[in-house]
Design a protein. Structure first.
Length: 768
DNA sequence: TACTGGCCACCAAAC
DNA sequence: GTGGCCAGTA
């Protein structure tokens, strides 16, 4: 026990020992809140509470894993294993699977991600003849998602609908719900909403009896701890309220100043009103910051002062003063990017820091591009959180769709995704007929396929193809019981011919996809080796619920790039925050409502307080947005932090504009190619655009040139009629040259590969 | 049915 | 500058 309490400051120790009954721990940034949580749980275990009686909800799975590890060091690791610890979504999907039949599902329900939801919504809109041009499907999706997070069910939504858009959503919402039920699928919001349905025995045909399930979990979970409570939404709040309703051993930990998810329904009132909900609640405050320097904290504090809605607290630190927070003015986003890179170089040299000690944070994912370019140019290793996460890549989603179909044959989204991939001659017209038939008979798509012979408008030849497909899925669904999961997947992927097809396509693009699928298959193998009681179902579940931050690999020595949102809960020696410009940060739509502006400010606050030793803030005077150069004004937040007196402004840090020598410019742009390829997580050097194009078989290009001199030669040297050689396509003759500079293209007739349209920038042609 | 070029909207953050 | 959708064509 002494081991558990040792090293805690008085406030922390208080909280660890006395958090019985409803308790709120107001924990400022860097005040050791994870420490309190882990020690609290260890303390409970040590006093005889059984691990499965403790439910601890975290914001990411990674946080849960790290907490478990820390607890394992204080108590018997075998005991720590049995703790219920994870995100709301993962914990409650686990519970929902146990009780699936009680709410009209089977335990192997699929979890739809937002792409799946969107596509389901589009189909519903199609069926209802609601125009996608008039009503943006994405907006519809987010309306429905918000409704679910607010516990507004379709009937109620319809009553509340006033304007035209809402009334259309009111038509779509119930059908969308039905479509998901029919597919034995839940979206992210359902994982919370259906939990409430389960507890409230709402619309559940097989309910064992009112309140039974809830009572079971109320008694089971003797202690409930919720981290990042400021970012819980109404649905999460409702779940907690029910679960803790009986024993009231509820500890919530949070910092209102770090609430940054209002846009997805998080309700800051949950933390502000905690004492109203539980008048007997104890409140502990953790106000000593152990992470940052005095200057960093002063800047953050000065900033957050501008927000009105706050729980009063006084964050302080005994750390040294450190450097001022440096504010750097740049010419444009490229200048900003190179200023960041130069700073990192400088700091690594001066302070003997590793690349992993640096984070670059930005408001929007789109900003990463220019920064990535600069990092690559410099040959500086980086990892990027988010962007195109591995499991959201097209080829991976394709393979996953097959797996999902094996587990849940009702899964319509997966069915539609793969029924004609690889191409089997089952086109959209056919599937329209099938969908209509399914709607008419109130059955799922897969069941409709079984009756394919009865569906009018489908040709016999197509029907045969469909039967073949159904047979394939049926075969592996049966084999599922007999083979090891990874063997099964390999065999199935093999039989579909996806890999062969990608091999035959033989572009950089298709080969990269092929490699990704191979990588996926080894990930599957690893998973089944490492995980006890692993099933395909559990694998899919894990894959569906990984968050982007979960995928950060801390062992790699590389600069981390991510959005400010993703940075929550992390810390770095040096933090750079880019793009502090009006309209970008705070972002444009936020400018209007004061409430939104306050959330933007909290987001900046979160960013600054990630920094341990140094914090740099960047803004550019102009920036490329929507493909257009726009003048930008420094963010109002710049002035706000300058009022702290703990900042330092540096102008003209970067190079001066722009009497551009196009040649020098180009040299700069490609110089990274001389330096070899750095470690890049997630993204290879293929841009999304090219992926898109190549995915549709449009493009063409394959290789980046391997040195600048070759660029020069190919761009300046290629003429009509010339004989050239290409690394992949071999020898050919130039038929046409069009465009200039960056955009120059050539049509080349290759002896072995026929006519190709090549971007000279990438094609790396050599004259013969 | 598959593929392509062109047009248009878009870009705020994510489980 | 990117990604999605659609209509025209092979």
């Amino acid at each position: 026990m002494s081991k558990i309490l040792a090293g805690l400051n008085p406030a922390q120790m208080e909280a660890v020992r006395n958090a019985n009954g409803p308790t709120m721990i107001v924990a400022g940034a860097g005040s050791g809140k994870t420490r309190v949580l882990t020690h609290r749980i260890a303390y409970l275990l040590e006093t005889g509470v059984r691990p499965w009686e403790i439910l601890s909800l975290t914001f990411t799975n990674k946080a849960a894993k790290e907490m478990k590890e820390r607890i394992s060091k204080m108590v018997d690791p075998e005991v720590a294993k049995d703790l219920w610890m994870g995100t709301f979504h993962s914990v409650f999907s686990r519970i929902l699977r146990r009780h699936a039949t009680e709410i009209g599902y089977t335990s192997s329900f699929t979890i739809y991600d937002s792409d799946d939801s969107l596509s389901a919504i589009k189909q519903v809109m199609n069926a209802l003849s609601i125009s996608k041009d008039q009503y943006n499907p994405n907006a519809v999706r987010s309306r429905i998602s918000n409704a679910k997070n607010q516990l507004v069910y379709p009937d109620e939504y319809a009553k509340l609908a006033r304007d035209l858009f809402s009334s259309q959503v009111a038509r779509i919402y119930p059908d969308y719900v039905r479509a998901l039920t029919m597919s034995n699928a839940m979206d992210f919001d359902d994982l919370l909403l259906k939990t409430i349905d389960l507890f409230d025995h709402r619309s559940n045909p097989n309910n064992p009896g009112p309140g039974e399930v809830l009572a079971y979990y109320q008694n089971k979970f003797k202690f409930i701890l919720v981290d990042e409570y400021q970012d819980t939404n109404r649905a999460q709040y409702a779940i907690i309220k029910r679960l803790a309703g009986k024993l009231k051993n509820l500890t919530v930990v949070g910092d209102d100043a770090q609430s940054i998810y209002a846009f997805r329904g998080a309700d800051i009132a949950n933390i502000l009103d905690f004492q109203k909900d539980y008048p007997e609640a104890k409140v502990f405050r953790l106000e000593q910051n152990y992470r940052s320097t005095k200057n960093i904290l002063a800047v953050a504090g000065e900033l957050i002062k501008n927000n009105k809605d706050q729980i009063e607290k006084n964050l302080f630190t005994e750390n040294m003063a450190g450097d001022p927070v440096r504010i750097i003015e740049c010419v444009d986003e490229r200048d900003e990017a190179s200023a960041i890179v130069r700073m990192i170089e400088d700091e690594t040299r001066k302070e003997k820091l590793d690349l992993r000690d640096f984070a670059i944070l930005y408001r929007t994912n789109a900003q990463s591009r220019a920064i990535e370019d600069a990092l690559r140019r410099q040959g500086m290793a980086y990892t990027i959180v988010g962007g195109t996460a591995f499991y959201r890549r097209k080829e991976i989603k394709d393979v996953l769709a097959y797996v999902r179909l094996l587990v849940n044959s009702s899964d319509t989204e997966s069915l539609l995704r793969v029924i004609n991939y690889p191409a089997r001659g089952i086109g959209s017209t056919t599937m329209e007929h099938v969908a209509a038939y399914a709607r008419e008979h109130q059955i799922g798509m897969m069941s409709a396929l079984e009756g394919i012979d009865f569906i009018t408008g489908v040709q016999a030849r197509t029907a045969a193809k469909i039967k073949e497909f159904a047979k394939l899925i049926g075969k592996y669904a049966k084999l599922k019981e007999m083979m090891s999961p990874s063997e099964l997947l390999r065999a199935m992927i093999d039989e579909t011919g996806i890999l062969q097809e990608l091999k035959l396509e033989n572009t950089m693009e298709s080969l990269a996809r092929r490699e990704n699928i191979q990588e996926f298959l080894s990930a599957v193998t690893d998973y089944f080796h490492e995980t006890t009681d692993a099933t395909l179902e559990s694998f899919l579940e894990e894959v569906s619920l990984v968050s982007e931050v979960d995928q950060v690999d801390g062992t790699k020595n590389a600069v981390t790039l991510m959005t400010l949102h993703a940075a929550k809960g992390l810390e770095f020696q040096v933090v750079c925050i880019a793009g502090l410009e009006d309209g970008l940060f705070p972002s444009q739509p936020a400018g209007q409502e004061p409430r939104d502006l306050e959330e933007e400010r909290r987001l900046f606050y979160v960013g600054i307080t990630r920094a341990m030793k140094k914090c740099y803030v960047f803004y550019a005077l102009q920036r490329l947005r929507f493909g257009e150069t726009v003048r930008m004004r420094p963010s109002r937040f710049i002035e706000e932090i300058e009022a702290s007196g703990s900042t330092e402004r540096i102008t003209s840090f970067g190079t001066k504009p722009k009497a551009r020598d196009p040649f020098a410019d180009r040299a700069n742009e490609y110089s990274h190619l001389l330096a070899g390829t750095p470690v890049v997580n997630g993204r290879t050097f293929t841009s999304k655009r090219r992926e898109h194009a190549a995915g549709r078989g449009r493009s063409i290009d394959t290789e980046f040139p391997s040195s600048y001199s070759q660029i020069e030669e190919s761009e300046m040297g290629v003429r009509k009629g010339m004989r050239v050689v290409h690394e992949t396509f071999g020898e050919g003759r130039v038929l046409e040259v069009a465009g200039r500079g960056e955009k120059a293209k050539a049509t080349v007739e290759f002896a072995k590969f026929g006519r190709k349209n090549l971007m000279l920038k990438f094609a790396n042609l050599r004259a013969l």
